[in-house]
Design a protein around this ligand. Structure first.
Ligand SMILES: [Zn+2]
Length: 265
């Protein structure tokens, strides 16, 4: 298989502690040549940047505050994100967005935090790495003020249905698909929805260490997902899109390079 790009790896997660190098090397062995490490707090954004610096042109990172953590957000936070975003390795603002599934932060605080990220992305002309769970209507309402940003943004870990994917595609977003599609029960909506993602809007990701593909053969005992499992997810995406795995790789790699301005390696 050609080169793959995993656009969502939470490598700063404590589940990868002391094993980051091995995990990265295993990913390279399986053709995952470039990865974007997800920053979801100031701490993980800093750690992701530090890891990325050790793998020039191969690893990159994002800088943002997950909606779950919005309650810890302040003006100082957004200033710190801007400093981080000025590093060459940081290729997107996020992860940021809305999560009304578990409401770990109150809705008004989530929206305030999200808005600050959108303004920062506009100010710095940077792509956005977006998270949305059970909040599509409000998410789209907020984006009505940021229509200039949608074509430079990815809705990561999309898990919704046909109607929801059509809405995002019509607004111009890239769509990030994870191993959620491998779940025979929870993944049914997504299995049906992916065929409505145009190949020029498709991005692929593991969201490791979360979302271990449920139909993976020889699952690791620790149940931890890794970027090395991305080729398995590609096969499932291809099956439900009705294209070849090679096409999924070719297009998702080209899309990731274009959106995040990654070098060809
Ligand atoms: Zn997320």
């Amino acid at each position: 298989m050609e080169q793959l790009i995993d656009i969502g790896v939470n490598l700063a997660d404590k589940q990868f502690q002391d094993e980051q190098h091995e995990v990265i090397e295993r990913a390279f062995q399986f053709g995952v040549n470039q990865m974007i490490l997800t920053g979801s707090s100031i701490k993980s954004s800093k750690e992701s940047l530090e890891i990325a610096k050790n793998y020039p042109n191969r690893l990159f990172s994002t800088a943002g505050i997950h909606p779950h953590d919005a309650k810890h957000f302040s003006n100082q936070t957004i200033y710190e994100l801007e400093i981080l975003a000025n590093h060459d390795e940081v290729v997107a603002i996020g992860e940021c967005g809305l999560d009304f599934n578990r409401m770990f932060s109150p809705q008004d605080i989530q929206e305030e935090c999200f808005d600050a990220h959108l303004l920062l992305a506009r100010k710095l002309s940077m792509p956005l790495f977006l998270h949305e769970r059970d909040a599509q209507n409000r998410f789209c309402e907020i984006f009505a003020n940021y229509r200039d940003l949608t074509e430079n943004s990815v809705v990561h870990c999309f898990t919704g249905n046909e109607e929801q994917v059509k809405k995002y595609v019509s607004m111009g977003f890239y769509i990030g698909v994870t191993g959620w599609i491998c779940d025979e029960r929870r993944g049914q909506d997504l299995q049906n929805a992916v065929k409505f993602i145009p190949l020029n809007r498709l991005l692929i990701e593991t969201d490791a260490p979360y979302l271990l593909p449920r139909n993976l053969e020889n699952k690791p005992k620790n149940r931890r997902n890794e970027p090395a499992f991305l080729p398995h997810i590609v096969k499932e995406i291809a099956k439900y899109m009705g294209v070849t795995p090679e096409e999924v790789v070719k297009h998702s790699t080209a899309n990731a390079r274009k959106l995040f301005s990654l070098p060809d390696v």
